[in-house]
Design a protein around this ligand. Structure first.
Ligand code: NAD
Length: 251
């Protein structure tokens, strides 16, 4: 188990992609710190399953991020994954939702990164993996803050990779296309409303329309790439934006 003795913090890991990443890192021996919201009994089941700790920090709040990082101790693998979505045209976009999406999908990664890096540099080893999105490379209508935040995290990834290039720390982002998780399922009703479409039309003509393979990416596929980035064989990969989008951004 090549991650024995390492500690991994995966933000937004009570569901979806983050949970799948936490599972593969735990299976290779990493001590896991989960983060995210959800049903208390289900979270307890997950911490038991993975032998993990859990932080309920709300990552839109920098003081709660600082408390989470202090409690977690030195982190070897930081996976900035927590994210949210809201779908509306820009001139009707709720201002509070803009602020929340930028705080969670972009600024939270700045805070965890600045707080985790000193220990990684001291050890001469670290992995920072940011879950970006195909929306870090291309836009879709009605998702302005999400697209802005994801383009932002791709830029943050590059900047931190350059700053850490000689330190044994690698910094990359993974950019999935549509992955079948609650985040995608929950935006279907808003997209139906915004575009006047049925559920089937949103799935086939909006979501999978962009994905040439016509298949959703799976959480296990994203997790397998994150795990590879933790290997020594991946130590030359830094500052990369790795697409896993069924050909979406090739078009
Ligand atoms: P999800 O909704 O299944 O999981 C989101 C996680 O974030 C949950 O654990 C939730 O509790 C947590 N979370 C939400 N708000 C939080 C907050 N304020 N503080 C702390 N945790 C919070 O979503 P997912 O689809 O697994 O998405 C994970 C990441 O992948 C996001 O950054 C998302 O933008 C990105 N992504 C998803 C897709 C997709 O199609 N599902 C595609 C590309 C990128």
């Amino acid at each position: 188990m090549f991650l024995n003795g390492k500690t991994a913090l995966v933000t937004g890991s009570t569901s979806g992609i983050g949970l799948a990443v936490a599972r593969v890192l735990a299976a290779e021996g990493a001590r896991i710190v989960l983060n995210g919201f959800g049903d208390a009994t289900e979270i307890e089941r997950l911490t038991d399953e993975l032998g993990a700790a859990h932080s309920a920090a709300d990552l839109t709040k920098p003081d709660q991020i600082e408390a989470m990082m202090a409690e977690a101790g030195p982190i070897d693998i930081l996976v900035n994954n927590a994210g949210m979505q809201h779908v509306a045209p820009i001139d009707q976009f709720p201002v509070d939702k803009w602020d929340l999406i930028i705080a969670l999908n972009l600024s939270a990664a700045f805070h965890t990164t600045r707080l985790a890096l000193p220990a990684m540099k001291r050890k001469g080893w670290g992995r920072i993996i940011n879950t970006a999105s195909a929306h870090s490379l291309v836009a879709s209508p009605n998702k302005a803050p999400y697209v802005a935040a994801k383009h932002g995290i791709a830029g943050l990834t590059k900047a931190v990779a350059l700053e850490t290039a000689t330190s044994g720390v690698t910094v990359n982002c993974i950019s999935p296309g549509y992955v079948w998780t609650p985040l995608v399922e929950n935006q279907i009703p808003d997209t139906m409303k915004a575009r006047g479409l049925t559920r089937e039309q949103v799935m086939n003509d909006v979501l999978l329309a962009a994905q040439p393979t016509k298949k959703f990416v799976t959480v296990d596929q994203v997790a397998a790439l994150a795990l590879f980035l933790c290997r020594d064989e991946a130590s030359a990969i830094t500052g990369a934006n790795l697409s896993m989008d069924g050909g979406w951004t090739a078009a």
